[in-house]
Design a protein around this ligand. Sequence first.
Ligand code: SAH
Length: 458
Amino acid sequence: MVEKNKRYEIEITGVSSDGNGIGDVDGFRVFVPRTVTGDVADVLIVKVLSRHAIGRLMELKTQSEMRCEPICSVYKRCGGCSLQHVDYKYQLGIKRGFIESAMQRIGGFRDFKCDEILGMDEPYRYRNKCIFPVGTDKNGEIQSGFYAARSHDIIPVDDCVAGTEINGQIVEAVKEHMRENNISAYDEAQHKGLVRRVFIRTARSTGEIMVVISINGKDIPERMKLIERLCYVSPKIISIYLNVNEKRGNTVLGEENKLIDGKAYIEDKLMGTVFKISPHSFYQVNPYMTEKLYRRALDYADISEDDNVLDVYCGIGTISLAAAKHAKSVTGIEIVEQAVRDAKKNAFDNGIINANFLADSAENAVPKLIEGGMKPDIVILDPPRKGSDEATLKAIIKAEPERIVYVSCNPSTLARDTKFLAEYGYIPIKCTGVDMFPHTTHVETCVLLSQLKPDEVI
Ligand code: SAH
């Protein structure tokens, strides 16, 4: 039996989907953060639960060949890149394993194999969006950075190797402004103080930058000086917003955005289409890999000019508009109204007339459209982490599209939903993993499901 506060020598034999090494003591499973398959480690047991224990790495007795030196100074404390101690080429194998294991365990697809996993050539500086929480340290100094793993303590970081270099300067400018004008940082526990977060989004192809300052209030003192200061950091900052977020809790952005300088959008180009992006709209964070993901999705969709395509969870229409170039028509469904407005504008600005968009929840809109007689030939699904739902999936099954392309950022919900679809005859026949978030445990998956013909049903 494993005992708390005792040390054991443990061989790590796998990595869990949250990035912890997995080993065992006499068959009892132990999770050890910052270890990897092949390590033999001296481990202090810090917690014993009914089915597993948590250990702390004290010393490495044997180093796995999969290891490398993490390049980030706060890697051990920050909750972001929990696989940074693993050499990048091995990270890809681990992520492929996450997909396969979820599809086998949850989906029930025995021997499921992911055909390919696409990785980055240069797996740093890939994020086009970073959100820096702002707070105060013990000495009352304003600080910003990232949240520590599983907590809301801010770890001060000026630069994050996943983000663009200019982020640090932008955050520093906001902090300077706060210091000079005695502006308080938000205190989550007390629900007091003004500045909560600095949200920065950069469009890779144009270099345009949007800065959104989220505040627990309606305005920020000396607003014009702040704008001037930001514009001084870079002329590429062409859109500055205040975001009003006066609610308790940790929602990243409140509902109300106030444009205080420049344009309402920044523009980026993806697969030959120009996209306008506003603060609340979802936009994939890794532009280098997004195109690879979309290309693969379109490849799987294999759209021809007679096809009507339904793109569910379409965001600002990125996949829809790329698909529209090959299709007869595309209908996009998206719950965020602002994103649908962006999608419509994006279609118009790019001269695309065969795409239309609906602001509604998938679970509400898809059954209604199908009941109303819509017959999509191809359905693309790209839901948030919680996956799709039965109402949406059932309606899609009823419409009998030839193919379903499921793009997912969460292998577990992907496996659950594909299991459901498979029960109604849609079988996953191709699968690609795409590493949108190097060094983290996240992985994007693109699966092609095709309908079994009646004589193929066993
Ligand atoms: N396909 C897009 C967006 C994918 S992210 C792209 O690649 O950019 C998932 C999207 O689903 C988000 O835009 C989110 O706002 C939207 N969404 C979340 N829940 C939804 C629901 N119940 N119905 C419709 N859209 C939803």
